[in-house]
Write a protein that binds this ligand. Sequence first.
Ligand code: HEC
Length: 117
Amino acid sequence: MIKFFKLYCKCILSSALLFLCATTQASNDDAHAYALAKQNACLGCHAINKKVVGPSFQDVAKKYANNPNANTFLKNKILKGGSGSWGVVPMPGNSKLTDADLTLLVSWIMRGAPAKN
Ligand code: HEC
């Protein structure tokens, strides 16, 4: 019985730790993505939850939620810019961004662009 209890404690402890690590990782990514969006003036044209010049990041997440090509499509679109998805106003390209930056930004946007905490 004691043995069983010990095992039970270990399980609880390790799942709690795992959960903690996972949440810390996600909020680090959120903070990093938010900083990148700010540095690259994305937030001058986009807000998290309302349309500015471009669509809100939450609208983008909704529009592409069931699109299996969303990651590749959006990374390329942010890199090269263009119009046609939301209207005639084009987004300028962001050729300075690395592939890692683009991946981070797109995964953040697709999670609904949670604000840094
Ligand atoms: C000068 C204004 C402007 C800036 C700066 C800007 N965007 Fe945009 N963005 C737009 C507009 C306008 C659209 C809509 C384009 C369309 O209709 O295809 C758009 C669309 C998007 C989309 C959706 C693309 C699609 O085809 O559905 C994403 C994702 C996006 N922007 C991310 C970003 C990120 C990340 C940055 C910063 C690196 C950024 N934008 C900077 C104006 C801007």
